[in-house]
Design a protein around this ligand. Structure first.
Ligand code: DX5
Ligand code: ZN
Length: 233
């Protein structure tokens, strides 16, 4: 089956109300999100701490779409099974998280889950080239990982363009993570991205109640990209 490269919006629940994930997920799915992005941080690879596998498992019960788990942890390999068992559909690990990313991607695929590779803003996308045949998704970070609400790094747009060309006709999603809002979304879609992670632009200050005040934030991002064609290889 050919890869679905139509636009997908993946709200990051890092910006949701942590005490009410069930309601927050229900709200974003009813607003029309395509995937739910779960940011796992270890206080070591990135200077922040979030969720482990038991919480992911609890969250999973509320997700009817796709659970997209972004691991910002090092090491990765000892925890892959646990996140697979927690119900992740996609498990993404960072290229910078260790010396054996090839093995990590193999281990993710061995669990039957889709394998994602994330790249920090300081990493040239060309570093992903030898690994592309093991990837179902490449995530280009448009902020330094660790926190929501940071400013979009514009020079990453050029990296997305180069990654799109490197991927060619391989069935690989290009995901953008960080600082995505209705203004920056069309820029990365035009460069070749098909999955947009958005935290603060969706939850607007930390709860589903704010999302209600601001209206359909997912729809606003989608509408901003309406007339933009996702760059082909
Ligand atoms: C950053 C995380 C992102 C983050 C995005 O380390 O990987 O998923 O939550 O948040 P915004 O959209 O607020 O930049
Ligand atoms: Zn993320």
């Amino acid at each position: 089956m050919p890869l679905d490269r139509t636009l997908k919006i993946a709200p990051s629940i890092l910006s949701a109300d942590f005490a009410d994930f069930g309601r927050e997920i229900e709200a974003i799915e009813s607003e029309g999100c395509d995937w739910v992005h779960v940011d796992v941080m270890d206080g070591h690879f990135v200077p922040n701490l979030t969720f482990g596998p038991p919480l992911c498992k609890a969250i999973r019960k509320h997700i009817n779409t796709v659970m997209d788990v972004h691991l910002m942890i090092a090491p990765v390999d000892p925890y892959i099974e646990a996140f697979a068992d927690a119900g992740a559909d996609i498990i993404t690990a960072h290229l910078e998280a260790g010396p054996h990313t090839h093995r990590t991607l193999q281990a993710i695929r061995a669990t039957g889950k889709k394998a994602g590779l994330a790249l920090n803003p300081g990493t040239p996308v060309e570093a992903a080239q030898p690994l592309l045949d093991l990837c179902d998704l490449v995530c280009v970070m448009t902020v330094n990982p660790g926190f929501g609400g940071q400013k979009f790094i514009h020079c990453q747009i050029e990296q997305v363009r180069r990654l799109r060309a490197l991927i060619g006709d391989r069935p690989i999603h290009i995901e953008i993570d960080g600082g995505v809002d209705p203004e920056t979304a069309p820029l990365v879609v035009e460069a070749g991205a098909d999955v947009l992670v958005a935290g603060s632009a969706v939850f607007r200050g930390g709860s589903v109640e704010n999302a209600e005040i601001y209206g359909n934030n997912i729809g606003a991002i989608r509408r901003a990209c309406e007339n933009v064609t996702i760059q082909a290889a």
